[in-house]
Write a protein that binds this ligand. Structure first.
Ligand SMILES: [Mg+2]
Length: 309
């Protein structure tokens, strides 16, 4: 088993340039953006199951994936709205376009979440912490949505940091101070700690990441299993087994544009394609890169995806 022999490694000595950008209460924020009456009020998206809820609803215990009836009991004055997937998809595209204005190294995790490596962009936007602040402003001003960002030397820490920064916040984990940040947090912040593992840990008196880091490996492996025990203890000590810049392997630069619903002539599409190509090439020139493969992806009205390379 290859994974058993993987050696965990400490973060490199380079600076904290990994951003985890996460739109806050995404669907609910789009609804509040588009309807001023919803601002400052508890909003639940989806009637049957809660797809998303605003922070006003979260405050009284409403959560995503919760049953709608239970959510309304917790929050009787909540305004329940039907999801508008087209609006969310458009907002997501607009936010990701802003992300790509700052760096070509954008790794999408979901419609409202991505990792960005801004290590190569410091001459353009300043240190990563400032880039993160600029990114938040751009998304708020141009797209109208609150974005929380975590900045750290590893993806894992950047993600933990963005969650701690919410709502509408920025958290920078200073290189060398990672354990000071991580150890006071509850074990639930670690990847791989779900409700079952969390309960086992609490049963053994392990409530914080610091307590987990200080636990005997053999003890942890005894009640968590050999793999999970070692993996979580490594994470708690900030030993991240994954290479830091995996996403550099598929280096690519791109540009995209939504064309709306009206039918376009071949000539119009050629012009769009040319404009996109110009945009990509300008970025390549700016970054002093060459490229090999050109890929065109498109999505039809029926949401069918196609691509040609
Ligand atoms: Mg989010």
């Amino acid at each position: 088993m290859r994974e058993m022999t993987t050696t965990a490694r400490p973060p490199t000595t380079r600076g904290a340039t990994i951003l985890h950008a996460d739109l806050d209460a995404f669907y609910a924020s789009v609804e509040q953006r588009d309807n001023p009456h919803l601002r400052g009020r508890p909003v639940i998206v989806g009637g049957g199951v809660v797809l998303a809820c605003s922070y006003e609803a979260k405050r009284v215990g409403v959560r995503s994936a919760m049953n709608g009836g239970q959510a309304r009991m917790l929050c009787p004055d909540a305004i329940v709205v039907e999801p508008r997937m087209d609006a969310y998809s458009e907002a997501s595209d607009a936010a990701f376009e802003r992300f790509r204005d700052f760096t070509p190294f954008v790794k999408p995790i979901s419609v409202d979440e991505a990792f960005l490596d801004v290590g190569g962009a410091e001459h353009l936007f300043g240190p990563a912490k400032e880039t993160a602040a600029q990114l938040r402003t751009r998304v708020l001003v141009d797209v109208g949505l609150p974005l929380s960002v975590g900045v750290a030397r590893t993806k894992f820490l950047a993600k933990v940091a963005s969650a701690q920064a919410k709502p509408d916040g920025l958290l920078y984990v200073e290189p060398g101070r990672e354990l000071d940040f991580l150890h006071p947090l509850p074990v639930e912040v670690l990847w791989g700690v779900g409700p079952v593992t969390a309960e086992k840990l609490h049963d053994h008196g392990v409530d914080t990441v610091g307590a987990l880091a200080a636990s005997e490996r053999a003890d942890l492996q005894g009640f968590l299993g050999p793999h999970s025990g070692r993996h979580l203890r490594d994470l708690a000590n900030n030993l991240d087994p994954r290479p830091i810049d995996t996403h550099r392997r598929d280096r690519s630069m791109g540009a995209q544009r939504a064309l709306g619903n009206q039918i376009r002539t071949r000539e119009e599409l050629r012009r769009e394609l040319l404009a996109l190509a110009e945009k990509v090439v300008a970025r390549l020139r700016k970054a002093e890169r060459v490229a090999r493969t050109v890929t065109v992806r498109y999505r039809t009205q029926e949401m069918r995806h196609e691509s040609r390379s």
